[in-house]
Design a binder for this molecule. Structure first.
Ligand SMILES: *Cc1c(COP(=O)(O)O)cnc(C)c1O
Length: 433
C-alpha cells in the first residue's frame, strides 16, 4: 500500500493520542538499518526506544521465534509450565546475582513489571508508601503513571493518581533542584531523604519501596554521580525499604555493563526489566531476592499471557547474542565515539548546554544558549526532523522535550555509526546562528 494511503487510513482508524514524533512508515528492518515503504533507508538511532540492543530482527532470534511457534504458542504458565520461561528465569536471575539467590517472573511490558515490583515490595514489607523521583518514567498504567514525573501529556487529566506515592528530587546535576554543585553538594539530594523526608513527608515505617532508574531514560538521560545509587541503597537498608531498580531502558548491555546498577551497587532488591529483554517481543521481568519474591502467596502474582513461550524463546536467543557478541564492551566503544562527537558539538555550538552518557546511552541537552540554559524544545524538534529528512531516525527525551538521545542498536557497524553521526553533525552545523 502507498504511504499516503496508509497515513490516511491511520488518521481515520487510529487515535491521535497514540502519537508519532516522525512520519516514518516501515517496510523492513535489519540490524541498525530501516527501510520505509517508499524504499528510503534510515540509520536507526532510536532502536525502538531502547528495545533493540541486539538490533532489528537478528537471525538467531527470528529462528528461535519460528521454532517455538511451531511447537506451541500459549498454554498460560499458571496452567501448564514450559521450558522457555523456566530457562529464561534462570538466565536472568543469574545475571543479576550469582551470590544471592534470585528469582524471576515474567509479564508483558515494562509498566506491568513495575506494577508487580511495587505489589511484591508492599506485600513483603507490609508498608504502603513508595518513594519515586523527579523526572522518573515508569510507564502509563495507573500505578506507573503515578510514579512517572512528567505531567503533560503523561498525567494531566488522567487523575486520580495512586495514593502513598512520594516524589523527591533526583541527582540531576545540570539542573539541580537545590541549586547546588557536585561534588561540593556531597549529594545532598540523597541525604535529604534521611535527614528531612522521613520527618516532614512520610515516616520510614510507612515506606515499603523506593523505585529508581540508575540512569533516567525518558526524563532526559540523566546520569547521576556514581555514588548516588549506593547512598539510596544505604537509606533503603537502614529503613527496611525495598530498593526497586528500574532498568527497563538501561538494561542488557546498553550502558556498557549488563545492568547500570553494576557501576554503583552489588545487587538490587528487585530489578525491573523489559525493552531489550526480547528484541521487540513484549516481555517484562521482575527479578528479586528469593526471600522477597517468595513472600507472595501462591496465586498472588501472574497473568494470562505473562512469559509467553515465544517471547521467552526470543529472550533466550537475546541472552546468547549479548554474551557471544560481547555487546556490553561494544556499547562502551560506541559510547566513546558518540560522546566525543557530542562533546565537540558542545564546544562548537552555543545551544548545546550539556552532554551526558553512560556506555551507549548518550544525550545532548538543547538550550537557548550556554549562559541561559532555558530548554529549547522547538530547536530540538527541528534538529530531529531534519535528521529524519536526511536519513537518520533519532529521538528526543526530557521533561522539557529538549534532549536528543542516542540509542543505536549495539550491533551497528562502525560505518553505519559514522554515517549517522555525520548526518547529525551536518544538521547541527546548519543550526548555528
Ligand atoms: C519504557 C519504560 C517503562 C515502561 O515500559 P513499557 O513497556 O512501555 O510499559 C518503564 N520504565 C522505564 C525506565 C522505561 O524506560
Amino acid at each position: 500500500m502507498k504511504k499516503e494511503d496508509l497515513v490516511k487510513m491511520r488518521q481515520d482508524h487510529v487515535p491521535r493520542g497514540v502519537s508519532q514524533a516522525l512520519p516514518a512508515m516501515v517496510a523492513e528492518a535489519k540490524g541498525a538499518m530501516v527501510r520505509d515503504v517508499e524504499g528510503r533507508e534510515f540509520i536507526d538511532f532510536s532502536g525502538g526506544i531502547g528495545v533493540l540492543n541486539v538490533g532489528h530482527s537478528p537471525d538467531e532470534v527470528v529462528k528461535a521465534i519460528c521454532d517455538q511457534a511451531g511447537k506451541y504458542l500459549h498454554t498460560c504458565f499458571m496452567v501448564q509450565m514450559y521450558e522457555p520461561y523456566i530457562a529464561l528465569a534462570k538466565e536472568v536471575s543469574e545475571l543479576v546475582s550469582r551470590k544471592t539467590s534470585m528469582k524471576t517472573m515474567f509479564v508483558n511490558s515494562g509498566a506491568e513489571a513495575v506494577e508487580n515490583g511495587i505489589k511484591i515490595a508492599r506485600y513483603y514489607t507490609k508498608k504502603p508508601g513508595v518513594i519515586c523521583f523527579e523526572n522518573a518514567f515508569h510507564g502509563r498504567t495507573a500505578m506507573t503513571m503515578s510514579l512517572t514525573s512528567k505531567v503533560k501529556n503523561y498525567k494531566f487529566g488522567y487523575w486520580p493518581f495512586m495514593p502513598e506515592v512520594y516524589r523527591v528530587p533526583y541527582a540531576y546535576c545540570y539542573r539541580c533542584s537545590y541549586g547546588l554543585k557536585y561534588p561540593s553538594c556531597n549529594i545532598y539530594c540523597a541525604d535529604f531523604i534521611q535527614e528531612k523526608f522521613f520527618d516532614l513527608y512520610a515516616a520510614a515505617e510507612s515506606i515499603g519501596a523506593m523505585i529508581v532508574e540508575p540512569v533516567q531514560g525518558e526524563g532526559g538521560f540523566i546520569v547521576p554521580p556514581k555514588e548516588y545509587l549506593g547512598k539510596l541503597q544505604k537509606i533503603c537498608r537502614d529503613n527496611k525499604i525495598v530498593l526497586v531498580v528500574d532498568e527497563v531502558q538501561t538494561g542488557f548491555a546498553r550502558t556498557g555493563k549488563m545492568f547500570a546498577y553494576e557501576y554503583s551497587i552489588d545487587e538490587p532488591d528487585l530489578l525491573i526489566t523489559a525493552k531489550s529483554l526480547a528484541a521487540g517481543l513484549p516481555l517484562g521481568g521482575i527479578t528479586g531476592k528469593a526471600e522477597i519474591m517468595d513472600s507472595v502467596d501462591a496465586g498472588g502474582i501472574g497473568g494470562t499471557f505473562g512469559g509467553n513461550p515465544v517471547c521467552c524463546a526470543a529472550g533466550l536467543a537475546v541472552m546468547k547474542i549479548l554474551k557471544e557478541k560481547k555487546l556490553a564492551e561494544r556499547a562502551n566503544e560506541i559510547g566513546k565515539k558518540v560522546m566525543a562527537k557530542f562533546q565537540s558539538f558542545k564546544e562548537k555550538y552555543p545551544y548545546v548546554g550539556d552532554v551526558r552518557g553512560l556506555g551507549a546511552m548518550n544525550c545532548m541537552e538543547i538550550v537557548a544558549d550556554k549562559k541561559n540554559p532555558k530548554p529549547n524544545a522547538d530547536l530540538t524538534k527541528a534538529i530531529v526532523k531534519q535528521c529524519y529528512d536526511k536519513g537518520l531516525i533519532i529521538l528526543t527525551a526530557g521533561g522539557y522535550g529538549n534532549v536528543i538521545r542516542h540509542l543505536v542498536p549495539l550491533v551497528v557497524t562502525d560505518e553505519q555509526l559514522d554515517k549517522g553521526l555525520r548526518i547529525l553533525e551536518g544538521v547541527m552545523a546548519e543550526k548555528v546562528e
